[in-house]
Design a protein around this ligand. Structure first.
Ligand code: COI
Length: 355
C-alpha cells in the first residue's frame, strides 16, 4: 500500500454542527468536530479506511480494550495562519510516538500513510473547525484500541484506529497550584509510564482527586522507589528554569517523550541556553524554591502547551514561584513556539505541515 493507492472512503455529514459552536468561549474537550477517521486492523492488515460523520460506535460488551486496557492515544494540534491556511504541528512525531506505544502494548503499528493521509483528509474536510483566535487551536485525538470480543487475556487480533478533533481554548484557566506527591506513583521502572496508554491516565485520577480536595490543581509525580526524584506533573512533562539553565527530567521508562518538551529544548538550545536533561531531585527543587533561585517551573504538553505553576507544595508547605513576566524564559519560549505553530515566524525547525 502506498500513499497513492491508499483508498479512503469519505461520507460527508449533511447536518454540520459547526454553527452551534461558540468560538468565543471554547472549553477544552467539549465540542467535537463533524467528522472522524476510522481504520480497522483485521487479518494482519489495516483496511476499510473511511471518514464518516462523528458518532457512536457499536461495540461488543466483550471488547478487549474495555477490560484489559489495550488502548493508546496521541494528542496533537492544528492552527490557522493569517491567510486562513491550516498548519499541523509535528504530526509525524506523533505518528512515530504512537507506534512506539503500540509496540509496548503488543498492538500493530500504523503505516505512515494510514496515519497521515487519514489525518490530512480529515483536517481538510473539517478545516472550518480550526479556530483562528489567539490561544485557541484544533485539538486532534488519534487513538487505537483492541476490539476482539474475547475475554481471555492476550493481545487482540483486531483494532480500531480513530482520529477525531475538537476546537479548544486554554486547558488551565489560571496558573496551576501543584503538589509534590510522596505517596502515590504514576509509573515505575519496567512499567508503561513512558507509553501513552490509557491506563496511565486512569490510574492518576484518584491521587489527583485527593490533591484537588486539598486545594491543588495537579500533582508533581515522583519516582516509585524513593519519591526523591521529580518525573512529570499531571498529564504534562515538567521543566525548570534554574540558575539560568533549563533543567528537566530525562526521558525514561517512567516519563513520556513529550513533543512540546522536545520543542522547548530545541528552542532553548537554539537560543544558546544550557539544557540539562537528567535526574532532578525533589531536594534541589525545594532548596531552589526556598532560596529563590528557581526562576520558573512549568508543565509542557500538547493540551496545556506551556503552563507555568503558581505554587509548588511539599510536605504541607506552599512555595510561591516568582511572577512570570514578558521577559521570563517561559513566556518567550511559549510565544516563540506559538508563533511557529501559527506561521507568524519562519519555521526554522521544519515542524509545521500545511494541509
Ligand atoms: C496532551 O497533552 O495532549 C495529552 O495527552 C494530555 C491529555 C490527557 C489532555
Amino acid at each position: 500500500m502506498t500513499a497513492d493507492t491508499l483508498q479512503i472512503d469519505i461520507q460527508q455529514t449533511t447536518t454540520s454542527r459547526l454553527q452551534q459552536v461558540d468560538f468565543s468561549n471554547l472549553v477544552f474537550g467539549r465540542d467535537i468536530s463533524d467528522h472522524m477517521y476510522i481504520a480497522e486492523y483485521r487479518d494482519g492488515q489495516w483496511q476499510n479506511m473511511r471518514i464518516v460523520p462523528y458518532g457512536d460506535l457499536a461495540l461488543s460488551p466483550a471488547t478487549a480494550a474495555l477490560h484489559y486496557g489495550q488502548a493508546i492515544f496521541e494528542g496533537m494540534k492544528a492552527y490557522k495562519n493569517d491567510s486562513g491556511e491550516v498548519l499541523l504541528f509535528r504530526a509525524i512525531d506523533n505518528w512515530k510516538r504512537l507506534n512506539k506505544s503500540a509496540e509496548r502494548m503488543c498492538m500493530p503499528t500504523i503505516p505512515e500513510e494510514v496515519f497521515m493521509n487519514g489525518l490530512t483528509e480529515l483536517i481538510k474536510l473539517d478545516a472550518g473547525w480550526v479556530p483562528n483566535t489567539p490561544g485557541c487551536s484544533l485539538y486532534i485525538r488519534p487513538y487505537m484500541f483492541a476490539t476482539d470480543p474475547y475475554i481471555g487475556v492476550k493481545p487482540s487480533e483486531s483494532y480500531y484506529f480513530i482520529i477525531f478533533t475538537s476546537p479548544v481554548g486554554t486547558y488551565y484557566a489560571k496558573p496551576p497550584r501543584v503538589k509534590i506527591e510522596t505517596r502515590y506513583i504514576r509509573a515505575a521502572e519496567g512499567g508503561v509510564g513512558g507509553t501513552k496508554c490509557a491506563g496511565n491516565y486512569g490510574g492518576s485520577l484518584y491521587p489527583a482527586k485527593l490533591a484537588q480536595q486539598e486545594g491543588y490543581d495537579q500533582l508533581i509525580w515522583t519516582d516509585a522507589r524513593e519519591h526523591a526524584y521529580i518525573e512529570e506533573s499531571g498529564t504534562m512533562n515538567i521543566m525548570f528554569m534554574m540558575d539560568g539553565k533549563l533543567v528537566t527530567p530525562a526521558v525514561s521508562e517512567t516519563t513520556l517523550d513529550g513533543i512540546t518538551r522536545r520543542s522547548i529544548i530545541a528552542v532553548a538550545k537554539h537560543w544558546g541556553i544550557e539544557v540539562e536533561e537528567r535526574r532532578v531531585t525533589v531536594k534541589e527543587v525545594v532548596e531552589a524554591l526556598k532560596n529563590g533561585t528557581l526562576e520558573s517551573a512549568f508543565g509542557a504538553g500538547t493540551a496545556v502547551v506551556i503552563s507555568p505553576f503558581a505554587t509548588i507544595a511539599y510536605e504541607g508547605v506552599d512555595y510561591a514561584l516568582p511572577e512570570v513576566t514578558d521577559e521570563s524564559f517561559v513566556t518567550k519560549v511559549k510565544n516563540f513556539v506559538t508563533d511557529i505553530r501559527v506561521g507568524n515566524t519562519p519555521d526554522i525547525f521544519g515542524w509545521t505541515l500545511k494541509v
